[in-house]
Design a protein around this ligand. Structure first.
Ligand SMILES: *Cc1c(COP(=O)(O)O)cnc(C)c1O
Length: 455
């Protein structure tokens, strides 16, 4: 059961099918363009959508809005140092700014940045700084029939290949995303993190975590890896961080806040360079684009997320949701990840070819069917048109992610979503593919407009 009770409620929005069809057309078949007031269950993202606790809300009243040296910064710094072990703590208003600061400081044009799988903003920040983002996750991550407990693991042979190709000097750092969001919210094992760290340090390359879901990753290690079974979540998380040299973090995930993030590291000289960029684009070093009250809420969220009872419910709720979908016949990515259930659009809509964005078509169809919003992680997000030839390079996976916000929906809300999926499965032959009307080159999925393919 939920290890909390509900103190404040917000009514859900209900719409008719005709209203949803009209809204979809207006939005150019891009669910990012929909007003949230037209969505019944919003599983677009688990980012910044958490419900805060009474302890966090009361912390908001303790905001010290001093421009420099706010007491909330010191409280935040203390918690981040305790959880990560990293000395240098730099607040940002969200994760992508931490990425921007890191990559604009360390990357030179042509540098390679290996990761298990780069998240979309991570890849975009690497590429914007003229680096090359390389995915080095194990092959099992792409095989949806394999039930591997740690599909987020790094493949060291793939790291060897990047190294052989460009040499150590062109790899300023290696990243490890825990859990691996773009690969299905799959965890990385502690053993794999250790092997990756040994590989990196053997070649004199720093290892950074994209740590957005470090607590969920630690919980999944505790339940899937006998070596972690007897340890507390905090101990497991600390063991991961101790292997690395720093991390970027979107606290909108496992920070249990609506806005916030940070970058933390041990390298003092690099931190000084990052901090001077921070002052330029974000704010002074003790607030980083946030109000003092936000820092206090983030400090408390980072403590609360380590509560094993909370994580047991959190990860269990997502698993039950996925199992329900599976029982109803929906093709889901296995094993079920920590924060979301991923529908395999190729198997859900086998009649739609990849050039017609099957995952985007599925996300739109779910909205039309029941006012449910998920997000496409497929060709619209990661497909790359070749400017010269007009042909596309397609990603391996066509997924719709149904991300579960933290502490927001009950199991009966998610049962409703499962029923919507089942109804859509029964009538899936009527779902049509989509074609692009307009698309921007940077993070195209946020703003693209599409229309159904006719004929
Ligand atoms: C959300 C996310 C980010 C970016 O964080 P924002 O707070 O959205 O800017 C980076 N990496 C991963 C794995 C994420 O899930």
């Amino acid at each position: 059961m939920e290890p909390f009770k509900i103190k404040v409620v917000e009514p859900l929005a209900f719409t008719t099918r005709a209203e949803r069809a009209e809204a979809l057309a207006q939005a150019g078949h891009n669910l990012f363009n929909l007003p949230a007031s037209l969505i019944t269950i919003d599983l677009l993202t688990d980012s910044g959508t958490s419900a805060m606790s009474d302890r966090q809300w009361s912390a908001m009243m303790l905001g010290d809005e001093s421009y420099a040296g706010s007491r909330n910064f010191y409280a935040f710094e203390t918690v981040v140092r305790r959880v990560t072990g990293y000395r240098e703590v730099i607040p940002t208003h969200q994760g992508r700014v931490a990425e921007n600061l890191l990559f604009s400081t360390v990357l030179r044009p042509g540098d390679r940045v290996p990761n298990n799988i780069h998240f979309d903003t991570t890849r975009a920040n690497v590429e914007h700084n003229r680096g090359v983002a390389v995915n080095c996750v194990i092959d099992e991550a792409y095989d949806q029939t394999v039930n591997h407990p740690f599909k987020g693991n790094m493949d060291l042979a793939k790291l060897d290949r990047v190294l052989a190709e460009v040499g150590r000097d062109r790899i300023p750092l290696v990243m490890l995303t825990i859990t691996n969001n773009s690969g299905g919210g799959q965890p990385v094992s502690l053993g794999n993190a250790r092997a990756t760290a040994d590989w990196c340090h053997g070649h004199g390359i720093p290892l950074y975590y994209d740590a957005c879901r470090f607590a969920e990753n630690a919980y999944l290690c505790k339940t899937r890896d006998t070596g972690c079974a007897g340890r507390s979540i905090e101990e497991i998380a600390r063991a991961f961080f101790a292997l690395g040299d720093g991390c970027t973090m979107s606290a909108k995930k496992d920070g249990l806040v609506n806005i916030g993030g940070f970058i933390a590291m041990n390298d003092e000289a690099l931190a000084a360079r990052v901090s001077s960029m921070l002052v330029l684009i974000e704010g002074f070093t003790t607030y980083g684009g946030l109000a003092g009250r936000d820092l206090e809420a983030m400090a408390r969220g980072l403590e609360e997320v380590l509560d094993e009872r909370y994580l047991e419910h959190r990860v269990g709720q997502v698993r039950r949701f996925g199992e329900r979908l599976q029982a109803l016949g929906a093709p889901v990515l296995l094993p079920i990840g920590g924060h979301a259930v991923y529908l395999d659009a190729r198997r859900f809509l086998p009649h739609i070819p990849q050039e017609q964005f099957p995952a985007q078509a599925l996300a739109c169809a779910l909205y039309l069917e029941g006012g449910v919003r998920g997000v496409e992680i497929g060709g619209l997000m990661f497909g790359k048109p070749d400017e010269a030839t007009g042909t596309w390079e397609w990603p391996e996976l066509e997924l719709v992610r149904l991300a579960v916000p933290r502490r927001v929906y009950t199991d009966s809300h998610l049962d409703y979503v499962a029923e919507v999926c089942a109804a859509l499965l029964a009538g899936r032959g009527a779902v049509r593919g989509l074609r692009i009307v307009s698309r921007s080159p940077v993070l195209p999925h946020f703003t693209a407009r599409l229309e159904p393919v006719v004929g």
